[in-house]
Design a protein around this ligand. Structure first.
Ligand code: PLP
Ligand code: COI
Length: 366
């Protein structure tokens, strides 16, 4: 793929913030874009200034939510080079989401190449550890037509920006509310695709949970309302004793997380027994109360490893591990981020390194 690059001059580029990055509020100077039309397929690949996109108010994405996205990160290594973590997983999942949403696939090599070129151009936006650069590819339906059918035209774009911690708690236990009122996704629906509608469906429950003092919602399956699925922005794992990690099996309505897959592998290689199971919420909460579950943590690109300190369910509180971060979560956090930031060996070949010509991190930490 030939990418036409229209870059801003040095003086037009924005200053890179060095503190209080938060999550997803700051974006770099440039944006990748390409267009799909039935006659030409994907074409017009450009990296240009980060600026608003102009669409017909009738564009299908606004009315029927035909949209997909991805989320991955680039990490600044100790040598100043930039590490992508398992990027092929995200390229593949993007296309799996595209298929589910009746959208055209993109060439995975081209997609990754676009991301690499964008990061190379905006490399000063990759912050020093423990902050990272968030990579957000998306595809939206652009046909201006109100009939309900798959759009004939699409826009694929990638934006990037430095991020700190996803949660205001940082690496401290978060409170999670288990919703028995709303459902996020259903088998046969779009739960395992990374599409905006799943997140839209979660917002009211998340707001109600936030008003009750919780950071996230744990979703239960839509058929029985008993099986633990995943949390709003991450998969979830339960630690039994100090040896056994259990995570919900991929049911068809859960996002198959790259971090989840990595935790399963890392956990096994660190000597834990790791299993993927159907987890009944009542049994899980009884195990928390009895202390059989010793730790709970979420895992995701944005969330990294996020310890859960307490659950709220049907007006009752269930405290996990005295609301403290436990050793298994800590160890997995250290191992995972060690590989991502290049401070530990990567025996799996998970890291794709971008060698840069400005090796020192420009932006500071959060
Ligand atoms: N589940 C949901 C709903 C998510 O939004 C995410 C984040 O991407 C995850 C799980 C974790 O997926 P990953 O580890 O690929 O980031
Ligand atoms: C991610 O972890 O990359 C996500 O997409 C989660 C959330 C910010 C939607």
């Amino acid at each position: 793929m030939e990418i036409q690059v229209v870059s801003l001059s040095e003086t037009e580029r924005k200053p890179v913030p060095t503190e209080n990055l938060g999550f997803g509020a700051v974006f770099s100077d440039h944006l990748f874009k390409q267009t799909y039309t039935p006659d030409k397929g994907w074409h017009g690949a450009t990296i240009g200034p980060m600026e608003p996109i102009c669409l017909s108010p009738a564009a299908s994405v606004f009315h029927y939510a035909q949209e997909i996205f991805e989320g991955s990160k680039a990490y600044r290594g100790p040598d100043g080079n930039i590490n992508l973590f398992r990027p092929w997983e995200n390229m593949r999942r993007f296309n799996a989401s595209a298929r589910r949403m009746a959208m055209p696939e993109v060439d995975e090599e081209d997609h990754l190449q676009a991301i690499i070129q964008l990061i190379e151009l905006d490399q000063r936006w990759v912050p020093a550890a423990p902050a990272a650069l968030y990579i957000r590819p998306a595809m939206i339906a652009t046909e201006g037509a109100l009939g309900v059918h798959a759009s004939s035209t699409y826009l694929h774009f990638v934006l990037i920006g430095p991020v700190g911690s996803y949660f205001k708690e940082g690496f401290n236990p978060i409170p999670v509310y288990i919703s028995d009122k709303y459902r996020r996704a259903v088998v046969g629906g779009t739960g395992e695709a990374k599409t905006g509608g799943n997140y839209a469906a979660s917002l009211l429950g998340a707001e109600e949970a936030r008003r009750k003092g919780y950071s996230q919602v744990l979703w239960l399956d839509a058929v029985t309302g008993r099986n633990v699925e995943e949390v709003g922005a991450m998969n979830i794992c339960f630690v039994y004793g100090d040896k056994h990690i259990v995570t919900p099996a991929l049911s068809g309505s859960i996002l198959p997380g790259v971090t989840r897959k990595s935790v399963i592998q890392l956990g096994r290689d660190l000597g834990y027994e790791v299993s993927e199971e159907t987890i009944d919420v009542h049994e899980m909460l009884a195990d928390v109360e009895a202390g059989r579950i010793t730790e709970v943590f979420g895992c995701g690109t944005a969330a990294v490893i996020a310890p859960v300190g307490r659950f709220g369910y049907q007006d009752k509180e269930y405290v996990v591990n005295d609301n403290q971060c436990g050793p298994v979560s800590r160890r997995l956090y250290d191992e995972l981020t060690g590989i991502q930031f290049g401070t530990r060996p990567d025996p799996y070949g998970w890291i794709y390194t971008i060698e840069v010509d400005e090796p020192v991190a420009a932006a500071g930490v959060d």
